[in-house]
Design a protein around this ligand. Structure first.
Ligand code: ATP
Length: 234
C-alpha cells in the first residue's frame, strides 16, 4: 500500500533562511498524524508545498503516490487543505463558496454532499448568508467544508481550532475523528502536544525546518518525558 503522503528531502529556502532543511516524512494511509512545532518551525511551509501552493527548492512530495509538481491536478484531487488563514470573497454566500470549489474539481452535481457538509458543520442555517456576515468560528468551519467538497482521501488541517471556542472545537474534533474512522487520512498541525496526544496515533516534531522526532504517539511522549526529566535532574 502506498503512503498517503511521502516527503523526500524537502528543502525550501528564502534567501539565506532555510524554512525546510531536508524533511523526510511518511504519513501512512489511515493515520491521524500530528505535525507539531513552535512558531516558525516550517509547518505552514510544508503544508503549502503539499498543496502545491509553493515550489520546494529541492525534494519531492507525493500524495497517494502522485507527485505534487509533475502530477499536480491528480495530486490536488487526493487532498483537502484547511488553511490557517481565512480568506474569502465577503460577498459570496456560504453555499456559493462551496459550489465554486466543487466547480474547480469539475463536480457539477454536488448539492446533496454540500447539504450534508453544511449540516455536519452546523452551518445549514447560514447557507445563504454572505461570508462577511459570519463569525470567525463559522468562517473556519466553512474552510473545513470547502476542503471536503471533493471527498478527498487525505485531509490536512493547519491549526484549525485557532480562535474557535471550546464547544465548537469539540464538535470539530468529533467530526474529524469520524472522518478518520471512515478511512480518511488526517494530518493536523498544532502547537499543542496535549491536543496532538488526544487525537493523533503518530506525531512528528518539526523544529527550525527539521524533523527532530517522529514516532507513534505513546513512544514519542515517553521520549519527550525522558527529555524533560533529564533537563529537570541536570
Ligand atoms: P506558525 O506556528 O507561527 O504558523 P510555522 O511552523 O507554520 O509557524 P512557517 O510559516 O512555515 O512556520 O515559517 C517557517 C519559516 O519560514 C519562518 O522563519 C518564516 O519567517 C519563514 N517564511 C515563511 N514564508 C516566508 C516568505 N514568503 N518569505 C520569507 N520567509 C518566509
Amino acid at each position: 500500500m502506498s503512503a498517503a503522503i511521502s516527503v523526500e528531502a524537502a528543502v525550501k529556502r528564502y534567501g539565506s533562511l532555510e524554512a525546510l532543511g531536508g524533511v523526510d516524512l511518511e504519513v501512512r494511509q489511515g493515520d491521524f498524524f500530528g505535525l507539531l512545532g513552535p512558531n516558525g518551525a516550517g509547518k505552514t511551509t510544508l503544508i503549502s508545498a503539499l498543496a502545491g501552493l509553493l515550489r520546494l527548492s529541492s525534494g519531492h512530495i507525493r500524495i497517494m503516490g502522485r507527485d505534487v509538481v509533475a502530477d499536480y491536478r491528480e495530486a490536488r484531487r487526493q487532498v483537502g487543505i484547511v488553511p490557517q488563514e481565512i480568506v474569502f470573497d465577503p460577498f459570496f454566500s456560504v453555499r456559493e463558496v462551496l459550489k465554486i470549489q466543487s466547480g474547480y474539481f469539475g463536480l457539477r452535481h454536488n448539492d446533496d454532499w454540500i447539504d450534508e457538509l453544511l449540516f455536519r458543520l452546523d452551518l445549514s442555517a447560514k447557507a445563504d448568508a454572505n461570508m462577511r456576515q459570519l463569525s470567525g468560528g463559522m468562517k473556519r468551519r466553512v474552510l473545513v467544508a470547502q476542503a471536503l467538497v471533493h471527498r478527498p482521501p487525505v485531509i490536512v488541517l493547519d491549526e484549525p481550532t485557532a480562535g474557535v471556542d471550546v464547544e465548537l472545537r469539540q464538535g470539530l474534533w468529533t467530526f474529524v475523528r469520524e472522518l478518520n474512522e471512515a478511512g480518511h487520512t488526517i494530518v493536523l498541525t498544532t502547537h499543542y502536544l496535549e491536543e496532538a496526544q488526544s487525537l493523533c496515533n503518530r506525531i512528528a516534531m518539526l523544529k527550525a525546518g527539521r524533523i527532530v522526532a517522529l514516532d507513534d504517539t505513546a513512544n514519542l511522549l515517553r521520549a519527550v518525558e525522558g527529555l524533560t526529566m533529564k533537563v529537570k535532574v541536570e
